[in-house]
Design a binder for this molecule. Sequence first.
Ligand SMILES: [Zn+2]
Length: 297
Amino acid sequence: MKIEPLPIPTRLLGGEVVDSYAGRHARRNGLRADQVEAALRDVLKFPQSKSKRHPDRIAAWRALGDLHERAFTEPEIVAGDWVVTRPLCSKCVPHPDQASGRLPWMGWVCLKHRRWMGDPQVDLARFGEALVAERHWRHTLAPRDVVVASPVLRLAEEAALVGISKSATEERAERVSVPSPGVLVYPETVALARVLTRPSFLDLACDPDAPGAQRRALVEREVYRILPDVEDAEAWRAVARAWTMVTDLSDLIRDARLVGMAPDDGKYNVLRYSRWLAQPPQGLGRRAEANRDGAAG
Ligand SMILES: [Zn+2]
């Protein structure tokens, strides 16, 4: 039996997940989503399971909303990282609804409404640096499949929080109504994430054969460019975080070579940007052999 759309249409918001849409669409039609689903169950072979992601349930809400086939197809995982379901920009959602979705193509800022979408949502009209950072995210990080709350993003934010100058955050805090730590360091977080996922950076910084001093100098130069080494900052702590990452990874690359395997970077998930994963495992194995021969000679 074909499912007819509910009489009052509800526009699907970008990235919105089925639970969010079902609640809003049912409410606009004077119903509750569970009532609609119970009614469907009586007349159709609608899934009895509680699984929210059952394909039949998703197909039913597409039909109930008269939505296109791509509705509710945002991925749950992008390049190995989870895409979190998060509240959408409250200005994008028709009042008085609330909505949530998966938005792998953007960071934490709605550029249309100049709004921070973290918790709590705040207006960014007086914090233009965050808007610039969001544009950088979409131009650089999104094409690299970097998503919010991924390991490299967490590392970048931690490094920004420990390494930023106190006066910089104090000055910014006056321009944001509710200055949560994440929003205040967003420009540095995005800038660091861009460095930590840049192929040319990873190629050298993680190279087990390159001199440590050269790799260290590269990490310091890149981090201090973003987090200046000034009096009221502990930028060295940010350097330490980045240095830990690249040394972990170079150890991983060296160990993988010894057994002729590709390095398994489950912790940071950034080697996929570098030549260290672009090379086939055999190539690494041959190179490891050559190194061993060299060492023996
Ligand atoms: Zn918005």
